[in-house]
Ligand binder design. Structure first.
Ligand code: SF4
Ligand code: SF4
Length: 358
């Protein structure tokens, strides 16, 4: 039976104690082991915006592992592609400093691996992922406009290096396909332990444009799907309704029926938790068919010219080249756009909004 530990943690000042409890609950041999710690390092925003794993969680985990004699690497391949983006996100999120000298730019050495997937037969992942004896995932409790949630399963997308992520986005076009592709990535190397920063999470249009939400928990499991099922239940939704979790369960990657889990701690639903604006259209899409949803119901990215700083990041990361700079402002080719929302996720100025009409 999968076990999920839910610990109260009202603020980040209590994290160190909670991390000790997690490692006591999930014991294993650490001494001399190569451990990769993989936070959610999405972008270079400050920790109080709740986009990335809080540095105090990264620091407490790293310190515990070093004390236990492990050889630790802290690294991720964040949403913003490229080696320099990796360094920038690590510094800006506070994760590089929190890693006690163990941060490594894992975008520097990619290895092509074969995968069992409808969307690609190979993917380039960081060598450190393949070399690790033990992999610890540190996801953030957040919503996601494309996949509805981002937790332990989605966090493993960060093992994929650079532009390979865009290639998979383009190949697995549509939210259900992309959910399946994420499970394909997860199968390459499921984490041995997932430890979620749910002290302050995110609701609404996550993973980057939602609002911070006080949750007050640290949640941990050695079954990533079960951990995510607990998160979804806390969000007030049924885990089997989230395609990402349904696919993961069907593929044998964990239990998502919370009644079948050993839960240590209180599993409570958060009052009035807000899912992304895409939640209802995805639900309708499952009834009506993806094609109809894509063109008529799913929200579209819209550029807010008054907020745009003309940095060109969105144009660079769009996986299907649907964006071009027209003067100082990007323009989106609606026919080409696959509604992956990468542009909205990675715009550093909140200058891209999702709108159903207009
Ligand atoms: S990423 Fe945002 S700020 Fe930069 S060009 Fe695109 S819309 Fe403008
Ligand atoms: S325009 Fe934005 S939502 Fe559309 S395909 Fe490009 S990155 Fe994805």
């Amino acid at each position: 039976m999968s076990k999920v530990l839910i610990l109260d943690c009202a603020d980040y000042g209590f994290v160190e104690d909670k991390i000790n409890s997690v490692f006591e609950e999930f014991p294993r041999e650490w001494d001399g082991k190569k451990v990769l710690v993989k936070p959610n390092m999405l972008c270079d925003r400050s920790p109080d915006q709740a986009l990335t794993t809080h540095p105090s969680v990264v620091m407490a985990v790293t310190k515990w592992l070093l004390d236990a004699g492990a050889e630790v690497i802290v690294g991720d391949n964040p949403g913003a592609y490229g080696r320099q983006a990796n360094e920038r996100c690590a510094r800006g999120s506070g994760i590089a400093d929190a890693a006690l000298g163990c941060y490594k730019n894992i975008a520097n050495d990619g290895v092509a691996v074969e995968i069992n997937s409808r969307f690609s037969d190979r993917l380039v992942v960081s060598r450190e992922v393949l070399d690790a004896d033990i992999l610890i995932s540190l996801p953030k409790f957040k919503t996601h406009v494309l996949t509805q949630i981002t937790g332990a399963i989605k966090n493993m997308f960060g093992i994929v290096v650079g532009a390979e992520k865009g290639r998979l986005h383009a190949a697995a076009n549509g939210y259900r396909n992309f959910a399946e592709a994420l499970v394909d990535v997860y199968q390459i190397r499921p984490p041995d332990l997932a430890l979620m920063d749910a002290v302050v999470g995110m609701e609404g249009n996550g993973p980057s444009s939602g609002n911070p939400k006080q949750v007050g928990k640290i949640i941990a499991s050695d079954d990533g799907a079960s951990l995510d099922a607990v998160m979804v239940t806390m969000m007030g939704k049924r885990p089997e309704k989230i395609p990402l979790l349904k696919f993961a369960h069907e593929r044998g990657f964990g239990e998502i029926d919370v009644s079948k889990l050993e839960i240590i701690g209180e599993l409570e639903t958060l009052e009035g938790f807000r899912m992304p604006s895409t939640f209802s259209s995805h639900l309708f899409g499952r009834l009506a068919g993806n094609r109809l949803v894509r063109f008529f119901i799913d929200p579209k990215p819209v550029i807010l010219a008054d907020k745009c700083k003309s940095c060109g990041i969105c144009v660079k990361i769009c996986p299907v080249q649907a964006m071009t700079m027209k003067g100082n402002i990007p323009e989106i080719d609606r026919e080409t756009c696959i509604r992956c929302y990468c542009c909205q996720e990675l715009c550093p100025n909140d200058a891209i909004e999702l709108r159903r009409w207009g």
